[in-house]
Design a binder for this molecule. Structure first.
Ligand code: CP
Ligand code: NVA
Length: 338
């Protein structure tokens, strides 16, 4: 398997064999890290991390991962660089490609990360765009493998805004890996029809399946994995909250939904999650909408505190696995591993 110089922009560009290879490499790197075995395979190289949106996990996973691999790291945040303001993405790509050996981009337009990939001449990794969040899927799939021992044949229900970057990317990854994926959401939040069609074709080959379901009980019945994400994504306006809470408040992942899933089901979330009043946004939303929507009065939105704190929840394993899987992506695309 040689992925050297390949961009990592969406799992649409990766075969199931390539995804399996990255998961296996991540597992090796995780074991080595736990054993204290150094793996500075990219010593002397440098990467730049471009962020138009905020991040905790993705930034830290790339930074810690790059250091472990022996690399230098430069972080450019939502303010402070010329990108997009005084300089086009295409020019930025050609400048950074002369200085760095790899580029991570988190931003709004998927076309921007494609432009970086096209013009920089070095591997580009998508750390989240409005459309896709592929590095998160690798961490999630490594977690599912660890918890359930397999990916193929797993019944995976994504509950919530099924046409956001997470819904899209999980559906693509599931379709490629033989997972039975159900998007559980009101019809207006179902994924784009063309993408569903594409994923159904992948699923036919892999032995998986894609189902869209508005009934939350049918959609989560006997699921092995119940996954959710925030109801309003970064970049969406504040006004979106009212509309989205209206559409999704009945889809909150609570104990009754987990009990409807398989007895051994796990709960997953890419994080950050609103499950209490201890965040500025959670508090504000709870105070604004609690009269109309009592279920969110404690700042619990897409998931209740009781579910995320339960023994079924593997959210912090997912968070840790961001680092091991991102390391695998950097290593595989920067060095010939054959
Ligand atoms: N899950 C995830 O991408 O988290 P951050 O926004 O903190 O990077
Ligand atoms: N859908 C979320 C994912 C965050 C990791 C967002 O884009 O904000």
């Amino acid at each position: 398997m040689n992925l050297k110089s390949k961009n990592f922009l969406t799992l649409l560009d990766y075969t199931s064999e390539e995804i399996s290879y990255l998961l296996k490499l991540a597992k090796t790197l995780k074991t080595e890290k736990k054993e204290g075995t150094a793996h500075q395979h990219l010593k002397g190289k440098n990467v730049v991390l471009l962020f138009q949106k905020d991040s905790t996990r993705t930034r830290c996973a790339f930074e810690a991962g790059a250091y472990d691999l022996g690399m230098g790291v430069t972080y450019l945040g939502p303010s402070g660089s010329q990108m997009g303001k005084k300089e086009s993405i295409k020019d930025t790509a050609r400048v950074l490609g002369r200085m760095f050996d790899g580029i991570q981009f988190r931003g709004y337009l998927h076309e921007d990360v494609e432009s970086l990939g096209k013009y920089s001449g070095v591997p580009v990794w998508n750390g989240l765009t409005d459309l896709y969040h592929p590095t998160q899927i690798l961490a999630d799939f490594l977690t599912v493998q660890e918890q359930l021992g397999k990916l193929k044949g797993v019944h995976f229900s994504f509950v919530g805004d099924a046409r956001n970057n997470m819904g899209n990317s999980l559906m693509i990854g599931a379709a490629k890996m033989g997972i039975h994926f159900t998007a559980v959401a009101p019809k207006e939040l179902w994924p784009d029809e063309a993408l569903v069609k594409q994923c159904k074709a992948f699923a036919e080959k892999s032995g998986g399946s894609i189902t869209l379901e508005a009934d939350k009980w049918k959609g989560t019945k006997n699921a092995d994995v119940v996954y959710t994400d925030v109801w309003v994504s970064m970049g969406e306006s504040k006004e979106t909250w009212r509309k989205r809470i209206g559409a999704l408040h009945e889809y909150q992942v609570d104990d009754s939904m987990m009990n409807n899933a398989s007895q051994d089901a796990i709960f997953m979330h890419c994080l950050p999650a609103f499950h209490g009043k201890d965040t500025e946004v959670g508090l504000e939303i709870a105070n604004t909408f609690n009269e109309d929507y009592p279920t969110i009065q404690n700042g619990e939105m897409e998931v209740t505190d009781s579910v995320i704190e339960s023994s079924k929840s593997v959210v912090f394993d997912e968070a840790e696995n961001r680092m091991h899987t991102i390391k695998a992506v950097m290593l595989a695309t920067m060095k010939n591993m054959e």
